[in-house]
Design a protein around this ligand. Structure first.
Ligand SMILES: [Zn+2]
Length: 136
């Protein structure tokens, strides 16, 4: 059930940011979820809806969620490529597995340029707030 913990930390962060900006109400929050983040979006949305009911500042907030593309970078030659490119080359079983266990990506993937297995995920891993709008 880490969707609930994630939803809570996103909303807490949004409230903290709003307090810093002296906003009385938050009207809109935009959230990006990385392609490689393991999350059940339906549960996440439900959790956001439930938690916001208890927060005065969040009463009429509009929350939009979009998926952020994951980008990977080779540590050897600094080539970058996207998770979508990678997915095309995998068969369905493997891409399902990657959806649920991102670590599997490390087992199946090599840099497309130099074939090094040593790479890092530079975008699209976690959950982040991309925008907060509110009223003072
Ligand atoms: Zn490389």
């Amino acid at each position: 059930m880490h969707e609930w913990a994630l939803a809570e930390s996103v909303l807490t962060a949004a409230i903290e940011a709003a307090e810093k900006e002296k906003l009385k109400k938050i009207t809109e929050i935009k959230i990006a979820i990385g392609q490689l983040q393991q999350i059940e979006e339906d549960i996440f949305k439900f959790a956001l809806d439930e938690i916001k009911k208890n927060e005065e500042k969040l009463k009429n907030v509009k929350i939009t969620i979009k998926t952020e593309k994951s980008t990977l970078k080779c540590k050897n030659c600094e080539n970058t490529w996207t998770f979508s490119d990678m997915k095309k080359k995998l068969n369905n079983d493997e891409s399902e597995a990657i959806h649920f266990i991102p670590e599997v990506a490390f087992v199946h993937t090599r840099c497309p340029k130099c074939k090094s297995p040593d790479f890092e995920i530079i975008t699209g891993r976690g959950v982040s707030i991309t925008q907060i709008k509110g009223k003072k």
